[in-house]
Every structure is written in structure tokens, then in C-alpha cells.
Design a protein around this ligand. Structure first.
Ligand SMILES: Nc1nc2c(ncn2[C@@H]2O[C@H](COP(=O)(O)OP(=O)(O)OP(=O)(O)O)[C@@H](O)[C@H]2O)c(=O)[nH]1
Ligand SMILES: [Mg+2]
Length: 436
């Protein structure tokens, strides 16, 4: 038997949280986090792992959504260092633009400093700039159907809402009212889900035959699917709620995840303020936005930022940017937004670290060690033997790999270990088990 070793290190704690001390802004609590729960009955005591809403992939994207001309492309340019058109007229953006941005992480920086590796690869967040949605989008207004299909293709939403006053910048609704604007967008997303669900239910309910003791598994599955779609439809239509705020069982989540519903996607609200109000931490709309979010979508995050300010400082050299921020006694909101976006997608990363390379590997939350190893190479998954895991804080405290080992802090983990954000991992795998 041949045993191959791969040097890997990674770790994670709640990623960096520089942020935004605007008093009124929401506490950091990204969307809903679904925890494992106990199941009853004959499997009593066995912990059933709760499935996550959303696509089961580690290549997820977050879309910038909002009314036209509210600053989405300005934000996109600042966050991804791009130069897409951001002009003062509605529907400046038509086709989606995609870019990716490195996820800031002080642990990654520390590991790079520590190992001085030849190659450094951080985690990346993929961001998509989407065209503005208007009232009536769900019924085709303002190219609504095309634009909503762009929203359908992303896995989470950064909802930009305008909270700055400026007579020169056109507002499609005529005046500034972020709460009304958020309601418009939510209503359009919900209407589109309702339309899709009604059509889908019509189709599958026709395929459902009477289910009895002798029915085939396929017939039973179809019936269960139809029942779930009906339940989701009632939630969206009758309760007027978003899919993501419902409590769903694992079989229901499996059905929901195949439907790519717009209101199932996690949302982070970005309140676009003027530079002066952002720096002064004072804007009359932020408390109202927060209040609406707390009432309608409890637990969702509101992050104030300023498009014009971020655009301005993103064009400066690192040194000048630092000096400007210091002089104004403020911080850029972008690192906080990137980290929050990553979390909203339920993504985490582990590190592999050594003098060759320090690298962050993205996996979805709750991913078991063999599948996490498979992100590096499928051989690591198929021939998985064990993962040697070091917690970042242990390495930081004890300083060397040898000291970590000598103190019993190099943890031996098997195939049932769910990799944690920030773990520094060294996989052992059996090459003879590998599959092509
Ligand atoms: N004063 C001020 N102007 C802003 C801010 N953010 C964006 N703008 C201006 O608002 C106008 C529209 O900005 P965009 O970023 O193109 O808006 P958008 O949401 O992408 O618009 P569409 O693509 O048309 O939906 C531009 O003239 C921007 O310069 C801001 O924070 N303050
Ligand atoms: Mg735009």
C-alpha cells in the first residue's frame, strides 16, 4: 500500500470583522444558519444533519440587486476593482457582469507572513452586477423577466438600496424612500416565485396518481414533491413570506433546492449613503431600513456603505487610502461586505499551508473531511485516510508545527469530521484507492 502525504494547513474563526460601527446598523448575523437537530422515533438520539437551502456547490455567486440607478454598478466597481459603466440613468446595466474579489482574512495574512510561501492563494467571492428591477418586473416591465432570470442564476443577493439625497441623480420612483424600494424588490421576487410555483404545481399535480400501499416509490416521490410544492406555494402566496424564512424538513429542502426560487436566496441589505453621512455615521434612513428588515426578515444583515466614497478611495494607492481613512476616522465597508457575502453563501474555507504555498480552499458548511479533500483533488477524497487538523489559534500561540505536535494539538480526524472554517489541514490518503 502506498501512502501519499499532502502538506496542508488551514484554519478559521469568524473571519475578520473590521466593521462599521454605525450605531443603528444590524448586529452581524448572516441569514439563517441551520443547525443539526435531533430526530425523534426509532432513531432517537441520532443527530440528523440539517440540509442547507441552496445549490450544493462550492462555486457560488452573489448578485448585486436593487432598483435602477441606486449605485449597484458603482458598488460593483469599487468592490471588484472593475470599470463597468455606472452612469446617471436607469438601466445603464443590461447584461450581467461577473468579477471576483479576494476574501480578506487576517489568518491568511498571518500564515503568509509565517511561512513566506512562494505562492499565496486566498479565497474568492464571485460577484455579479445585475440590471435594475422596477415595479412590475415580474410581469415583464423594464425587461423584468430577463433581469429576474439573472437573479435566478445567483446563489445569494446583495440588495443595494439608496439612502442618499442628491437631486441630480435620478430616482425611478421620484423620491428617496428606501423602505418602499425594498418592498418593491421583495414583492417582485415573490411574485415571480408565485408565478413559477403555480405553473409548476399545475404540471406536477397532473402527474400525481392516487397513492396507496401498492404504489411505486416513484409515484410516492411525485406525491411528496407535489405536497411540498403546494406547501411552499401557500407560504409564499397566502402567508406572503419568503421561502428562506420558512422552516423546512430535509426532504422539503431537497425539493426546494431544485426549484431555484428567488426568495429562497439569502439577502444582505446594503444601504448606500452619501460620503458625509457614512463618515459621520448619521443617516435618517438607516434605522428605518433596519427596523423593516428586523420585522420582515429577522436575522438578516444591514450594512451601510457609501458608493461614492468607496469609488473614490478604491482609486487611491494603498498608502493614500490608509491616510485618508485615518484622517476621516473611518473604515471602508467593503471587507465587511465581502466576508458577510461569503458567509451568506454558507461557504467556509480551510487552509493548506507550507513554504510552497498558503492557500484557502472553499467548501460549503458541514462538508466532511473526505469531500473537503476532494476539492484539492479527487484522489484525496477516494483514498482518504485521515486529516491532521491544526486550529489556527494553536499554531499562532505555539508558533511552529513541531511545537503544535509536541503539545498534542495536531488533531487526528476521520471521515466523519466536518471541516471547520479556518482549520489548517494536512490530508493523508491512499494512492492505490484513487479513481480516475
Ligand atoms: N452622490 C452619489 N452618487 C452615487 C452614489 N452611488 C452611485 N451614484 C451615482 O448614481 C448614478 C447611478 O449609479 P450606478 O452605479 O450606475 O447605478 P446602478 O444601480 O448600477 O444603475 P442601473 O445599472 O441603471 O440599474 C451614477 O451617476 C453614480 O455616479 C453615491 O453613493 N452617491
Ligand atoms: Mg448598473
Amino acid at each position: 500500500m502506498q501512502v501519499a502525504l499532502l502538506g496542508i494547513r488551514w484554519s478559521v474563526k469568524p473571519a475578520v470583522r473590521h466593521f462599521v460601527n454605525i450605531q443603528q446598523c444590524a448586529a452581524f448575523s448572516t441569514t439563517r444558519i441551520i443547525w443539526a437537530k435531533k430526530v425523534s422515533g426509532k432513531n432517537k438520539g441520532v443527530v440528523e444533519e440539517k440540509l442547507l437551502l441552496g445549490r450544493p456547490s462550492n462555486n457560488l455567486k452573489i448578485g448585486v440587486v436593487g432598483l435602477p440607478n441606486v449605485g449597484k454598478s458603482t458598488f460593483f466597481n469599487a468592490i471588484t476593482n472593475s470599470t463597468v459603466a455606472a452612469e446617471n440613468y436607469p438601466f445603464c446595466t443590461i447584461d450581467p457582469e461577473e468579477s471576483r474579489v479576494a476574501v480578506p482574512d487576517s489568518r491568511f495574512d498571518w500564515l503568509c507572513e509565517h511561512y513566506k510561501p512562494a505562492s499565496k492563494v486566498p479565497a474568492y467571492l464571485t460577484v455579479i452586477d445585475i440590471a435594475g428591477l422596477v415595479k412590475g418586473a415580474a410581469s415583464g416591465e423594464g425587461l423584468g423577466n430577463a433581469f429576474l432570470s439573472h437573479v435566478k442564476s445567483v446563489d445569494a443577493i446583495l440588495h443595494v438600496v439608496r439612502a442618499y439625497e442628491n437631486q441630480d441623480i435620478i430616482h425611478v420612483e421620484g423620491d428617496i424612500n428606501p423602505v418602499r424600494d425594498m418592498e418593491i424588490i421583495h414583492e417582485e421576487l415573490r411574485l415571480k416565485d408565485m408565478e413559477f410555483l403555480s405553473k409548476y404545481y399545475d404540471t406536477i399535480s397532473k402527474q400525481v396518481t392516487r397513492v396507496g400501499a401498492n404504489s411505486s416509490p416513484a409515484d410516492k416521490a411525485k406525491k411528496e414533491e407535489a405536497d411540498t410544492v403546494k406547501k411552499v406555494m401557500d407560504w409564499v402566496l397566502n402567508e406572503n413570506k419568503d421561502v428562506r424564512s420558512g422552516e423546512w424538513s430535509n426532504p422539503e429542502i431537497e425539493v426546494i433546492n431544485k426549484l431555484y426560487l428567488l426568495t429562497a436566496k439569502p439577502v444582505i441589505y446594503l444601504a448606500n449613503l452619501s460620503e458625509a453621512e457614512y463618515v459621520g455615521k448619521n443617516n435618517k434612513w438607516v434605522p428605518k431600513i433596519k427596523e423593516w428588515v428586523d420585522q420582515e426578515h429577522p436575522g438578516d444583515l444591514v450594512i451601510p456603505f457609501s458608493g461614492e466614497f468607496e469609488e473614490k478611495i478604491s482609486g487611491l494607492s494603498e498608502q493614500d487610502r490608509g491616510a485618508t481613512l485615518q484622517e476621516l476616522n473611518t473604515v471602508s465597508a467593503l471587507p465587511e461586505i465581502i466576508v458577510a457575502g461569503y458567509k451568506a453563501l454558507q461557504l467556509i474555507y480551510y487552509f493548506t499551508a507550507g513554504t510552497d504555498e498558503v492557500r484557502a480552499w472553499t467548501v460549503r458548511k458541514n462538508t466532511k473531511a473526505p469531500q473537503a479533500a476532494g476539492v484539492i483533488h479527487s484522489d484525496f477524497e477516494h483514498g482518504f485516510i485521515k486529516a491532521e487538523v491544526i486550529k489556527f489559534e494553536d499554531l499562532k500561540t505555539l508558533k511552529t508545527d513541531a511545537a503544535v505536535k509536541a503539545n498534542g494539538k495536531c488533531l487526528q480526524k476521520g471521515k466523519d469530521y466536518a471541516v471547520e472554517d479556518g482549520d489548517i489541514v494536512f490530508f493523508k490518503f491512499n494512492k492505490t484507492q484513487s479513481k480516475k
